[in-house]
Design a protein around this ligand. Sequence first.
Ligand code: SF4
Length: 331
Amino acid sequence: MLQQTQVATVMPYYRQFLKRFPTMTKLAAATLQDVLKAWEGLGYYARARNLWRATRQVQQNFHGRIPRRYDEFRKLPGVGDYIAAAVLSIGDEQPLPVVDGNVLRVVCRWQGIADDILQASTKKKVRSFLSKIIPVRYPGRFNEALMELGAIVCLPREPLCGQCPLRPGCFAFRHGRSDLLPLKSKRAPVPVYRVALAAIVRARKVFIQQRPEKGHLGGLWEFPGGKCEPGETPGHAVVRECREELGVEVEALVKLAVVRHAYSHFKIVLHVFVCRLHGSLPRTAPANAWVRTDEISAFPFPAANHKFLPQLKEFMKKARSEQSEKKTIRD
Ligand code: SF4
């Protein structure tokens, strides 16, 4: 949970998650859908899928015990160098250095490493340096101390060198270069995509579908739609996307909402339309359902969708009361 996410954000999710899945056996026995629901809102859903798969592998291949050997643990889904070193050093006192963004900054300043920290070779250099100095006794504490030093003392903008235990041997401090280190190349600007979504309504229900398990937001539920082509209006895009994706004709009745959302590598502007279906039901989406808006909360949705669900519920409620009014007048 803590990958790419701050402790304060994680805490309520962590507590709820442990309540829901107090043991690895319980987590492994759960459905992916249940796990995604418990993770809903925390983002980076690959972490949830990997954690669930990893617990299943631990149950099946290691008799329910987390493997202690680095090569075995490193092969579990979602485990990279960072997670492997963090878990095995902090949880099992193995002398494996952890290299995160904070550690990179501290070591580059401390050792005067003037290489781009976005390059894998820099990470390798830092890891190799730390491998030589990490103590055999309490390596977990060493890693935690270095990460904490980066988080609260060796700050990105104004490091608190006066409070730093590394100051006597620190290259950046001695040479007055803490504002120049670490070096970081500029990332390409984050692309912004316009996306058109269809809330297809029929008989008080709305159509939703499940994303394939693999890939971005895998296993979560969504509304059909997709990216607008260059020069295409969202209103046209939503009709085209439904035709291409589901093989159905829809009519965009009303624009429900425009919401913005940022992912780690791109941003989206969602244009959401309430649509009417012409003709028959959508054909074989991998999994789909017609649901009432009060049933939607049983399905895990990406955070961006939650931004317009209240409007959708409101719309459906209004449509229902208008229908019943008409009915009463006719009666
Ligand atoms: S002395 Fe300053 S620049 Fe050097 S590691 Fe400590 S806080 Fe960072």
